[in-house]
Design a protein around this ligand. Sequence first.
Ligand SMILES: [Zn+2]
Length: 226
Amino acid sequence: MLEVWKQLVCDANKALKELQLVKWTSGNVSYRDYENNRVIIKPSGVHFDALKVEDMVVVDLEGNVIEGKLKPSVDTHSHLYVYRHRKDIHSIVHTHSPFATSFAIRGLDIPSYTTTAANLFKDRVPCSGFAAIGEEEIGKQIIDHIGDSSAVLLRNHGVFTVGKDIEHAMKAAVILEETAEYAHYATLHEPDLEPLSIEVIKQCNHFYSTTYGQEENESITKGESK
Ligand SMILES: [Zn+2]
């Protein structure tokens, strides 16, 4: 099964570039498998186009490398911190997508102005404090600020999105950038724009969680092993 997850994580990392959410080697996707608590993550400093499935690094929740010849991403310990503190999260996506990162640079939350944003991020995408790269500090900021949103802006750095599987975390990364772009242009023209009310956001969340999409079934493409 680990080989299947490695392929899915490799594909998701490559998709980040195709979706224009990353540049050069920055950004990463990880997945924590349901059965063994193994985490599969992109290796550090490898170009997305050059990534191969055998390059994926498998670590345990303490960061010991179980499989892989390359060094794992420098963000690995922060991913692991999040996985250890949130049992519901099984995939994390990190990007420096431009519109969202411009909010992170300014230290601003992104309030929900659209129903699509409300569906994924509830009332806002919160912005965390600053954290140094390398150890668990980024992970602590994510846990301290993300709440029940699917995304958090990391101050002066970029964005992290989360999900119960790779599909959901990737979707949050795409919708986050769209949300940030729309919020940027809307508030540029109308600085005092009111975000959606809490009542409307609750209605959106209820509709989205009960009605939207197809019935979920067993699917390895969603990264779930029920
Ligand atoms: Zn980064």
